[in-house]
Design a protein around this ligand. Structure first.
Ligand code: AMP
Ligand code: MG
Length: 423
């Protein structure tokens, strides 16, 4: 068992214990944010036919060469073509068709002039200037061509890709399964939110923040009821969880206390502890091991620590299991300017909750602490939109100096995940 390991080492050990899950077919409406496991090929040209880009008139461009405001070109309107209808006739010189956006271009027409640019009088139309051949025509196959690959296996599905799959006739698509993540809360002092907390009791918040984090990272939370600080009971629940989940999370019971039993349980099962304690603040007390081949992350109990440890370690595991490219495992980072003095945490990496903002469009990103930074102050996570990351051995980062931040804005973070290729 390794002890008091660096953040990168902890992550390396944990990522070594998880693998991409198998694929499943889902409706494309359920595919958003998932990793596609097949190439998506185009079944037919899109658009299928040359068609009008505007509501207007289809003409022969050559007819319009000499048209001016003083001497407008007069054309006879011989048909009206709505979208979805095909006009079988052919247009001759001196004629026009009234055509709607998306309607197929009939034979003889080589340009469309939009309605706003012409005068209409009964069954005639008047043009006051020349129109170039090809004007406002969308050509067959200009979006995508039959047989072309539009989405490659390994890509993360975006809203545009969902639309594209519908466009090319894919109602279902193979994506990587969502990992099933067990969430087990421990502690004699924990009560459910529908109970009135007695003396010395607190409501369970970790199960809820963890379940939400699991969902945010693309997993399916399996939330177990709270387990009392009783090693044999805890062992039973952990083994039950390991039998159904791809990954087991516990919270609490991993410190030095007399009632911290998660380590004992790991020591007691097939697999055991791989490391205990990480050089970070908050989140030092974390234990990692396997239970009958299923990885178990013993997360700290403090409401802030549990969330930060999730972001640093569990999120990458969930992403890896979900098939994300390695570039999408970690929270995206950017460099900001410290808006105030930021204290280091000695030998440990310090994750402060920060508020990142940009006063002007061309200005720098500035970052401030959310206020008190205790590991029990959940409000700091509510207020923060980023983690400020101070390297080990940093004494202080002075106001005005550069500092790294990790973004907690989940939609923004998703924009960084659009990698290709399966890791
Ligand atoms: P422990 O590591 O079990 O001693 O827990 C550390 C701190 O986190 C204690 O103050 C616990 O009361 C608190 N804590 C543990 N589990 C939860 C939970 N599910 N919800 C809120 N606070 C918790
Ligand atoms: Mg406890």
């Amino acid at each position: 068992m390794e002890k008091f390991v660096a953040v990168e080492r902890a992550r390396e050990i944990m990522l070594g214990e998880v693998h991409r899950l198998p694929a499943e077919k889902v409706a494309i409406t359920d595919a958003l944010g998932r990793v596609v496991m097949e190439d998506v090929l185009v079944d037919r040209d899109i658009p299928p036919l040359d068609n009008s880009a505007m509501d207007g008139y289809g003409i022969k461009a050559l007819d319009s060469i000499a048209a001016t405001v003083e001497q407008p070109l007069k054309l006879k309107v011989v048909a009206t073509i709505p979208a979805g209808r095909h006009f079988a006739g052919e247009i001759r010189s001196g004629e026009a068709v009234r055509i709607m956006t998306g309607a197929p271009i009939p034979a003889g027409v080589d340009a469309v002039v939009k309605r706003e640019l012409v005068e209409e009088h009964e069954d005639h139309v008047f043009l006051s200037g020349p129109v170039a051949a090809g004007n406002d025509i969308r050509y067959a196959g200009e979006d995508v061509r039959a047989g072309e690959k539009v989405i490659a296996a390994g890509q993360v599905i975006t809203p545009a890709m969902v639309g594209m799959m519908a466009s090319v006739g894919y109602p279902f698509v193979a994506v990587v399964q969502r990992p099933r993540i067990a969430v087990i809360t421990t502690g004699d002092e924990i009560v459910d939110f529908h109970e009135r907390p007695g003396t010395g009791k607190i409501r369970n918040s970790n199960s809820f923040s963890l379940a939400a984090l699991v969902r945010h990272s693309g997993g399916i939370p399996l939330v177990f009821s709270t387990v009392r600080d009783d090693p044999s009971l805890l062992k039973r629940v952990v083994e039950e969880a390991a039998a159904t989940a791809d990954l087991v999370l516990t919270t609490g019971g991993v410190s030095m206390g007399d009632y911290d039993f998660v380590k004992n349980v790991l020591n007691d099962v097939a697999g055991g502890i791989l490391f205990w304690k990480v050089k970070m603040k908050p989140g030092r007390p974390l234990v990692f091991g396997t239970v009958n081949g299923v990885p178990l992350v013993g997360l700290p109990g403090n409401p802030v620590s549990v969330m930060i440890s999730f972001e640093q370690f569990v999120r990458p595991m969930v992403k890896k299991m979900s098939g994300y490219p390695a570039a999408g495992w970690l929270l995206p980072r950017l460099r900001a300017v410290a808006g105030e003095d930021l204290p280091g945490a000695g030998r440990r990496r310090h994750f402060l909750r920060g508020i990142l903002r940009r006063e002007t469009v061309d200005g720098d990103y500035e970052v401030f602490m959310t206020g008190p930074q205790g590991s029990g102050i959940l409000r700091s996570m509510v207020l923060g939109n980023c983690l400020i990351v101070l390297a080990e051995q940093t004494e202080v980062v002075k106001k005005g100096e550069p500092v790294d931040v990790e973004l907690l804005d989940y939609d923004l973070a998703a924009a960084f995940y659009l990698g290709t290729g399966v890791d």
